[in-house]
Design a protein around this ligand. Structure first.
Ligand code: NAD
Length: 476
């Protein structure tokens, strides 16, 4: 744990952090008990008034200094990310740089947001209105294990820039890089108590969410946990943002640049061993190009060689890391078996790789029944179901037939089809002829069961502020 600028032993049970690629124990942590959570919240509460009163330019400067200090320690942080999460070095580096760019974005934008002043018509005489931004105080930030660093930065950057202090709880399986960030932040000059970390699982997270002195909760994780969390936060009417699961549709029409679509969908679906919230997880491909699409994509994903992320396969193989835990891999195995039992065909891959580590050969499935788990549930692993569709109408209807609404994409050069996708796909984001991770500049967040609120962009800065309106009259 990291509380008030120094390491804190904690009093809960010990927990091993295990490398998913090798099974080796990387380190151990201690679960935070409710008393430990109290200590972290107290430190954050004590630091809150001075941090809020610190000039925004000074807060922005500290965020920039933090990003620079993290960059100076990139080797240590990236190595930890590979060891505790399992992702290959290339992907860990990508995540690390995304974290830095997110922190720098909020260091830049913190000073660019202005208050609003307006003249107000009033029967009581001339008056003007003033809308001021105030921080909430202490933010409880809870992260999953798939992108421990970027998902931390998505909350830490705007929360600190807006003048809040933070108690972060990383996933129980990936706490180490987050603890290193907290240590580096303190060494870089972030005042004690401004950024604290408590380690542990759902009980620790629940204690943080239910703490009476934590008015703002920022959560990324599964839809099921998001629902439980709302039950804890609801009675106190806390301000909650939820970034939850997704099952993004991708639509490929006959006039698309098929090679680009295939290459990009491949990266989108199989990056991070398919453990990505914003990823194409259901492909609807027009019948005219369906066979070609399946052949091109399966040819490319056959090049994946699952293995330890610290080593590199020989060309033309591509390294793909393990599933993060045995339970995560078992879930995927069950989802694929359910579809195959109901008549689906695996064109390639889609099976466990025997040996140490939770490796899985990336797969592509066709003829997947609409009511099978591969179609209805979020698939958090490297398997893509591909369906043939006869029209854009059918593609949009099937794309929207899901409880989720995180991302979506379409591949076409037809302006009318693009316009329809942008207007009719029920999701927080629609990509056209490209896919990307979250843009720092673009607000990101889901509809339906994929969440509430936004991360990224100036919208996220707003979500870490309480807006207070004042009317000033009696001036003449
Ligand atoms: P999870 O919900 O199991 O755990 C997420 C975090 O919540 C962990 O830190 C966990 O310890 C904590 N937690 C568990 N129970 C809790 C409780 N009752 N109260 C408070 N905290 C609690 O999710 P996961 O398996 O770690 O992550 C995978 C999920 O996250 C997928 O569904 C994925 O789509 C989603 N995700 C969403 C986004 C997004 O931006 N929308 C990004 C990444 C991952």
């Amino acid at each position: 744990m990291w509380i008030n600028g120094s390491t804190h032993a904690g009093s809960g049970a010990e927990r091993e952090v295990v490398n998913p690629a090798t099974g080796a124990v990387v380190d151990t942590t201690t679960d935070a008990t409710p008393d430990d959570v109290d200590a972290a919240v107290e430190a954050a509460t004590t630091a809150a008034a001075e941090w809020a009163a610190t000039d925004v330019t000074a807060r922005a400067k500290l965020l920039r200094t933090l990003a620079d200090a993290l960059a100076d320690n990139s080797d240590e942080l990236v190595a930890t990310l590979v060891a505790e999460q399992g992702k290959p070095l290339l992907e860990a580096n990508g995540e690390f740089h995304h974290m830095l760019s997110g922190l720098r974005y909020y260091a830049e934008s913190a000073t660019k947001v202005r208050g609003v002043h307006q003249e107000l018509p009033s029967q009581f005489g001339p008056a003007y209105g003033l809308v001021k931004r105030h921080p909430f105080g202490v933010v409880g930030a809870i992260m999953p294990w798939n992108f421990p660093l970027t998902l931390l930065a998505n909350k830490l950057g705007p929360a600190l820039a807006a003048g809040n202090t933070v108690v972060a709880k990383p996933a129980e399986t990936t706490p180490l890089a987050t603890l290193q960030v907290a240590r580096i932040a303190t060494e870089a000059g972030l005042p004690d108590g401004v950024f604290n970390v408590v380690t542990g699982g759902g009980e620790t997270g629940g204690a943080l969410v239910g703490h009476p002195d934590v008015p703002r909760i920022a959560f990324t994780g599964s839809t099921a946990t998001g629902r439980t969390l709302m039950e804890t936060a609801g009675p106190a009417l806390k301000h909650v943002s939820l970034e939850l699961g997704g099952s993004d549709p991708t639509i490929v029409l006959p006039d698309a640049d098929l090679e680009t679509a295939v290459k990009t969908i491949q990266i989108g679906r199989y990056w991070n061993a398919g453990q990505v919230c914003l990823a194409p997880k259901r492909a609807f491909v027009h019948a005219d190009v369906f066979d070609q699409f399946v052949e091109l994509l399966s040819g490319r994903i056959e090049r994946y060689e699952p293995g330890d992320g610290t080593t590199k396969p020989d060309k033309p193989k591509l390294r793909i890391g393990p599933l993060h835990t045995a339970a995560q891999r078992d879930l995927l195995v069950d989802q694929v078996a359910d579809a195959v039992d109901a008549g689906a065909e695996l064109v390639t891959g889609g099976h466990v790789v025997e040996g140490d580590g939770h490796f899985y050969q990336p797969g592509l499935a066709v003829d997947v029944p609409d009511d099978s788990r591969l179609s209805t549930e979020e698939v958090f692993g490297p398997v893509l179901p591909v369906w043939s569709v006869d029209s854009l109408d059918e593609a949009i209807e099937r794309a929207n037939a899901t409880a989720y609404g995180l991302g979506s994409s379409i591949w076409t050069t037809d302006g009318t089809a693009i316009n329809r996708a942008v207007n009719e796909l029920d999701a927080g984001m629609t990509w056209v002829n490209q896919l990307h991770y979250g843009y720092d500049e673009m607000p990101f967040g889901g509809t339906k069961q994929s969440g509430l609120g936004k991360e990224h962009g100036l919208e996220a800065l707003a979500e870490y502020s309480r807006y207070k309106s004042s009317v000033i009259g009696g001036l003449g």
